[in-house]
Design a protein around this ligand. Sequence first.
Ligand code: PHE
Length: 344
Amino acid sequence: MAIGFLMKEQIPVIQSEALAQIATAHDERSLEEVRVAVLGKKGTLTLAAAGMKDVPKEDKAEVGQLLNAARSAITSALEEKQSALQDLADQAALTGIDVTLPARAVATGALHPLTLIRDEAISILRRMGFSLADGPEIEDEFHCFDALNTPADHPARNEKDTFYFDSGKLLRTHTSSVQIRTMESAKPPIRIIAPGSAYRRDEIDATHLSVFNQFEGLYVAEDVSLPDLKGTLEYFFRELYGAQTEVRFRPHFFPFTEPSFEIDVKLTVKGQAPRWIEVAGCGMVDPAVFDAINTSRKDTAFDPNKTTGFAFGMGLDRLAMIRWGIKDIRLLIENDVRFLKQFA
Ligand code: PHE
């Protein structure tokens, strides 16, 4: 029989046998065996295709078409079966697993309450044009006391209250020293805030630690007045504790400000009568401070007849304790996860 005729008979047979075997293949391995048996190097369709060279010219087109059709039918049947088998395998792997159960929670960290309150305090004052300033924690007496009009016999300078090094340097007792350093290197107008650690030799108890987180501010220009001070700090505490918060200024004494005040806020803790709580110290910068700055700078950039300013200082630890009703300051440094978790 002519080879052309033979091939025309044979190819559809190879195709339908292959499709039948693919349909009955029950796993990936038997499917692969079918593929090799038909399309492999010695596969039935491969061998048939090799016979093409002997097919007479007039049959070539028809036989070629049959071959191509068979190859593509078989290839797509193999692919379909392959993905059907994969779906079955996936389903089998999932039996017994409830995919509707909620996912296991991933434990993430959270910001420390002191960081939260500091960021909030900074952002309120930033909106009012204050920028951040920094300075060393190991200070000298000039920047911590002398330039701040604090005389040698002032109790804050006592060895019982302040940590001194043998060199005569000390751990800063407030970040007012940053205000001094800023005024030494910049000219008015100055509007800065200085958050940072401050150190005092306090007996440790529920409201005192020997290191605390201070937050001081300074505004120096030509026409800064007491109403500016009051307005700025009232706004600050209302932003921090709510618009209804009452703020009061009580006359006080600080060596570096005149007049000076302590600030109280009236807070209502649930189930308790409202009460005043002291939160900050403040005042108008004493001209003696400007004199000390001019002497240190060797110029008159802070002419006490023209320059005015206000300063304030507060403890972030205290602000956080008030905000969240924290009863013991030591909780803020113990890193007990049960405590910290509540701020996550
Ligand atoms: N430096 C003062 C303190 O540490 C706080 C303060 C700052 C008071 C500025 C008045 C003006 O207690």
